[in-house]
Design a protein around this ligand. Structure first.
Ligand code: GDP
Length: 196
């Protein structure tokens, strides 16, 4: 269990506050409300490791959690709040782009999407920033419990098809924090990044 007993290390509000690279980092990103905090808490088997409560427009942070094997889970600020002022949105965007494109010890990106609303514009922007690094992206289609089995299967196939041009760099799976399904698959994928 890769993410179990993750320990909170530090929160930062701007790129200049990034801690020096210390261990391979796995970043988790997603639109606000996609289910990122719930997914992190489910993976860590922790009630409240990532903070689930949030207010639009509040200071957005990058949170660092140390895994038991020495790797780092990096919880990036949620994006896509419509009601956030443009200036703040640009600031977050800058923070995310800077981190995703420049962090030398970032080895892979886990992108959380609500399985009912996958691949929105900003999700594609994130992929566009990160994919040129050649590093792997794993898409979690979460809240899959809200879909029927056939809807979930169709969504999985459609997202895989859309991302097929990126080849083996991108993997996609269904996930549910409510039902705790998909946990082993994430652990397997991220574990393989860390073992490479
Ligand atoms: P974040 O903004 O991406 O961190 O999203 P949260 O983890 O705070 O989740 C947003 C909302 O979706 C909350 O009301 C959660 O309870 C709900 N949610 C998150 N994951 C799931 C899931 O797998 N299934 C269901 N049914 N609801 C979920």
């Amino acid at each position: 269990s890769l993410f179990r007993h993750a320990q909170f290390e530090i929160s930062i509000a701007k790129p200049s506050g990034l801690p020096p690279p210390n261990g391979p980092e796995i970043a988790f990103a997603g639109r606000s409300n996609a289910g990122k905090s719930s997914a992190i808490n489910t993976l860590a088997n922790h009630v409240r490791l990532a903070f689930v409560s949030k207010t639009p427009g509040r200071t957005q942070l990058i949170n660092f959690f140390r895994l038991q094997n020495g790797a780092v889970l990096v919880d990036l600020p949620g994006y896509g709040y419509a009601e956030v002022p443009e200036a703040i949105r640009r600031q977050w965007q800058h923070l995310l782009e800077d981190y995703l494109t420049r962090r030398p010890n970032l080895i892979g990106l886990v992108l959380i999407m609500d399985s009912r609303h996958p691949l929105k514009d900003r999700d594609r922007t994130m992929i566009g920033w990160f994919a040129p690094s050649g590093r792997p992206i794993h898409v979690l289609l979460t809240k899959s419990d809200k879909l029927t089995r056939s809807e979930a299967a169709a969504t999985l196939a459609a997202v895989r098809k859309e991302l097929a041009p990126l080849g083996e760099q991108v993997t996609v799976q269904l996930f549910s924090s409510l039902k705790k399904t998909g946990v082993e698959e994430v652990e397997q994928v991220v574990g393989s990044w860390l073992a490479a």
